[in-house]
Write a protein that binds this ligand. Structure first.
Ligand SMILES: N[C@@H](CCC(=O)N[C@@H](CS)C(=O)NCC(=O)O)C(=O)O
Length: 254
């Protein structure tokens, strides 16, 4: 991926998308996936994981990624705002269901995956805890641990919270199978399928040829917690593969 520096990108027109470089950050990957499915062209902008990212902050007010900036509109950094922006500028294919009950289910489950104190938030606490135990806390990790609510207590509660959400997602996919649907809600692709495909990397990254990453990063992403492991159902991994192979870009490029 050829990243443009924020200082340069801020004066460009169109869609600019700040992304964490060098890691399959799931919020960043899912924003890329949504833009890919909707064929929204964008300029990828460099965000350094855990870095101060002064120029990005000066431009967008946000230090982390993703941040989407469309022309001279206010920057969007929350996963739901990025999705709604994409839905507005490229309505087809729609990734937010038209049916109200499906839409409520889609946003509810997406929040469990992407939202504060959800699946990925808690997996990240487990990861920080492992880094602390291994004596690997450096400045960038500390910036992130401080940004995302890490304490000994939150880390201890994290595996059970994560496992409950993983089980909920697997149950939903099994129920959809009984309705002959390949998707999390209704009978069509929604943003939720993309979120899951991308966020699944935090327990089971795609194999190296599809998701090239360093051994250290792969170790950190691959789940090592027994309670979470026990909740992982093959239906979740199959769904990840189906969505990547049918709709997203492989090999991943970050
Ligand atoms: N703003 C996003 C979440 C963004 C987020 O958590 N980004 C993390 C992904 S791991 C990040 O940028 N980490 C690297 C950093 O903090 O520098 C949302 O809640 O929708």
């Amino acid at each position: 991926m050829d990243y443009v520096e924020p200082k340069i990108a801020r004066d460009m027109p169109g869609m600019r998308l700040a992304l964490t470089a060098g890691a399959p950050g799931p919020w960043s990957e899912s924003a890329k996936g949504i833009f890919h499915v909707k064929k929204i062209d964008y300029v990828p902008v460099l965000q350094v994981g855990g870095g101060q990212n002064e120029d990005l902050v000066a431009w967008t007010g946000t230090r982390n990624a993703p941040v989407a900036v469309y022309n001279d509109e206010p920057p969007k950094e929350a996963w739901m705002d990025i999705l709604m922006l994409a839905e507005r500028i490229a309505p087809e294919p729609r990734l937010v269901p038209d049916d109200a009950a499906e839409r409520a289910m889609m946003f509810g489950l997406s929040h469990e995956i992407c939202g504060e104190d959800g699946y990925a938030w808690n997996l990240r606490l487990i990861m920080f805890h492992d880094v602390v135990k291994a004596g690997g806390m450096n400045e960038n990790f500390k910036t992130m641990a401080d940004s995302y609510g890490y304490t000994e207590q939150t880390a201890q509660a994290a595996p059970e919270k994560t496992a409950k959400i993983v089980r909920l997602l697997a149950t939903q996919l099994h129920e959809q199978k009984t309705r002959n649907s390949r998707y999390f809600v209704g009978s069509q692709l929604s943003a939720l399928d993309i979120y899951w495909a991308c966020f699944c990397a935090m327990i089971r990254p795609m194999p190296q040829e599809k998701c090239p990453m360093s051994d250290q990063l792969r170790y950190l992403y691959n789940n090592r917690d027994a309670a979470v492991d026990a909740a992982i159902d093959p239906v979740l991994i199959d769904h990840r593969d189906y969505i990547y192979e049918t709709y997203l870009e492989l090999p991943m490029d970050f």
